[in-house]
Design a protein around this ligand. Sequence first.
Ligand code: TYD
Length: 233
Amino acid sequence: MSLFVTFEGPEGSGKSTQARLLYEHLQARGYPVILTREPGGTRIGELIRRILVDLQHTEMAPTTEILLFSAARAQLVSELVRPYLDAGGIVLCDRYADSTYAYQGYGLNRDLDELRAITSIATGGLQPDLTIYLDISAEEGLERKRQPRVSRTSTGKLVAAGLPTPNVSPPEWNRLDARDLAYHQRVANGFRELMLHEPERWRRMDARLPVDELARTIAEVVEPLLERITPLN
Ligand code: TYD
């Protein structure tokens, strides 16, 4: 048995920080776990990511964008995610197919059924067991992303947030962030719609809670699913 957990949320929701904290928590307890991200996570995927986020690529057609995200995803699933799950491990992924539905589907008004068909080709139908959604409004998320990367713990202590995940560079202000507020609002509403259609897979969390409190809650949500995983030693 294996476990596939994805993290989703608008820009500045802190999902990368929470994915990293869960990764460290599971690793410290001896579970076989990897943390990866989309777009990226593989050598080829990180090259595709550079094309996608480049601020100069203003001429990129929506279909090109969809196919590039899907190509990066296909590489990630076949090179990393599928083999690790098949070996009985835990895969944590910072964004996955739901981002395509929210950003390209709701954000760019592309047909969701078409996106589902492309995604199914890219992933071979692989679905997450659990998706953690860090909920924050588009306005507040974008504001947080522009601010220095600090957050508060429950005791009011300031800590660095958005620390890079292993082998991953720090957050950047990119071509997709630079889209207007209305776009980001459609994306945030899109995520909420997606959750309504599949409530059993999603767990919504308030992204404005202190970092450590959120991390504890996420660890509690994951705990019962660990029964199916054999620790390394
Ligand atoms: P990400 O690295 O998660 O950026 P951030 O941590 O700053 O939110 O994702 C990069 C950007 O790509 C982000 O703006 C969301 C967007 N994206 C899509 O538009 N579609 C997708 O399918 C994915 C995976 C990401």
